[in-house]
Structure formats: C-alpha cells, structure tokens
Write a protein that binds this ligand. Structure first.
Ligand code: SF4
Ligand code: SF4
Length: 288
C-alpha cells in the first residue's frame, strides 16, 4: 500500500471539521487496554462492552450504527448529530486518524495512506481550517499513553509466540520429526478472525481480552506487564504437565493462535507474522 511518510514538523490540515465521516465504514482494532478504556468511558464492565460493541472476541469495534457517509454504517460508538460517545476513551487508531503509525527497525514513523491527505476526500472543508504540525496534533490527541500500550502489547504478543516456540522446539516435538505443527501455524495466519476466535475458544479469549487486573488501569505499560504474567501463568497451569507430542502440538498451536489474534488487534498482519515465525522455527530445526 502506498503511504506518505511524515516528520513531526510536517504541517498539515489536521483540524477536524467534526462531520463524523471517518466514523463510518472503517475498521477500528483494539488491544486489551483499549477495550478497558472504552468500557470505563461507557461506565460498563469490559465484558459488557466486549459483548455489546465488539466482534472477534473483542479485538475490533462493531460498525453497526446508523447508515451515513457513503451509505456505510457508523461505529457502534457514534451518535448522529453528536459524535463519538466515548471520546475520552477512544482507541489509538481514532486518535491518530487521518495519520497512522508504523514501527520499522525499532523506530516509530507517522504516515498517512496514499499520496493525498485522507480527510480531503470526505471533508474537503479542512483545507480552510487551521493547519497543525504532526507533533502538535499528536499532543492534542493525547496519543502518548495509547502508543505505549500498543508497544507494550507487541511484547506480550512476542512472549505468547515464544511459548509456542518452546512447546515445539524444546519439548522434543520438533526433534521427533513432527510435520504437522507449522502448517497449522500457517493456517491460523490465513484464517479470518471470526474463525480464529472460535478456534481459540472462550476461556483463552477471555484471558486475552478481559484480564482480571484491578491495578494499573491508568498505566498501560504496567497493565500489559501484569497481563503478560497472567497469560504466562495460565499457560503454565494448562500445559506445564503435558507429556505427549500430540499435547505439545495442540498447546503450541493454541498459544500461536492467541499470539496471532492479539497481533491482528494491534494492527499487525497475522499472515506475514505466521510466515516469519515459521521461518524462524525452521531455522531452529522444525520441519513441515
Ligand atoms: S475525515 Fe478528517 S476532518 Fe473529517 S471527520 Fe474524520 S478526522 Fe475529521
Ligand atoms: S470510537 Fe469514536 S472516534 Fe472511533 S470510530 Fe468509533 S465513534 Fe469514531
């Protein structure tokens, strides 16, 4: 996809005309801390928010509101003639829009899609509103905490994948000549999110999206760290005593599935990641 790279000094028509155009027909993905923020703003539990307003186990906001811009449905949180009903708890992608954020070689880059400023199509009036630097826009949108949450969940994702690797590579499963695990990792990378969510099942999905953490709700880095501990403890409780290759394979596939589902929620491409992780496993002796 063609993107335009930006610096923090870039000046753009970043004053929103508040028509709600971009709250229609989009895909807004969530990490678990963002789900918590939305639920708090809505003054309901995370489970209630997930069940009422999200899909795929909680990694995406439902867009099932009134039909609006370009005959597309609005976000479940959008109120016609009012705007976002969860403005203070809105997720990173809504704070950034029309910008996006990419990490390459450990460096953060801000971008927008295409070579024309995205708001101009639906809201051409922005060209008459005050312009802002990218840096000032990000400050005004208070993206900082939400960017930290995103980065912290990249680590959680990697740690989940690491358990899947250990179950394949350090248990004797790969050494036994197993050829079934890696094709299943690939299959999950290509699976639609609703299918992968069913494969993961409600117990692990709840553990992924509705962690029982009462502290650190205002500190996404500590929250994600605690969440990571809960996920690791659950993996230990469930799979610490398994012994057969069949059990190791099932556990490895499940944990890789959870990692790939989280990956989608934080905006990564599960197919690309699955291929990357398969190549890494093969470099360490696994076969398919
Ligand atoms: S498309 Fe741009 S200007 Fe229009 S509502 Fe969205 S952010 Fe605001
Ligand atoms: S969460 Fe709010 S800002 Fe984001 S798409 Fe939904 S209504 Fe729009």
């Amino acid at each position: 996809m063609l993107t335009t790279n930006l610096s923090l000094q870039h000046i753009l028509p970043l004053t929103c005309s508040r028509t709600g155009t971009c709250c229609h027909g989009k895909s807004v993905l969530l990490n678990p801390w963002e789900l918590l923020c939305l639920a708090r703003e809505k003054k309901i539990t995370e489970r209630e928010f997930r069940d009422l307003y999200c899909e795929f186990g909680g990694i995406r906001l439902r867009f099932n509101g009134a039909i609006g811009y370009k005959e597309q449905p609005s976000c479940s949180q959008y109120i016609t003639n009012f705007g976002c009903s969860v403005h203070l708890g809105r997720p990173l992608s809504c704070r950034l829009y029309p910008l996006g954020r990419q990490i390459q070689s450990n460096e953060v880059h801000y971008i927008y899609e295409g070579n024309e400023f995205p708001c101009l199509e639906g809201c051409p009036e922005v060209s008459g509103l005050p312009q802002l630097t990218v840096g000032d826009y990000l400050k005004g949108q208070e993206t900082n905490k939400f960017e930290k949450a995103q980065d912290a969940y990249v680590e959680v994702m990697q740690n989940l994948a690491d358990i899947a690797f250990e179950l394949l590579l350090d248990t004797g499963l790969a050494e036994s000549g197993d050829k079934d695990t890696l094709p299943l990792w690939r299959k999950m990378g290509n699976e639609p999110p609703e299918v992968l969510a069913v494969r993961i099942g409600p117990e692990w999905m709840d553990c992924l999206m509705l962690p029982e953490i009462s502290d650190y709700q205002d500190d996404p880095v500590l929250f994600a760290k605690k969440h990571n501990e809960l996920l690791q403890a659950k993996a230990q409780e469930k799979f610490g005593a398994v012994q057969t290759n069949q059990q190791f394979r099932e556990a490895s596939v499940l944990l890789m599935g959870v990692a790939l589902h989280l990956a989608r929620g934080i905006g990564a491409n599960p197919e690309t990641l699955a291929e990357h992780w398969i190549a890494t496993a093969k470099n360490h002796g696994a076969i398919e």
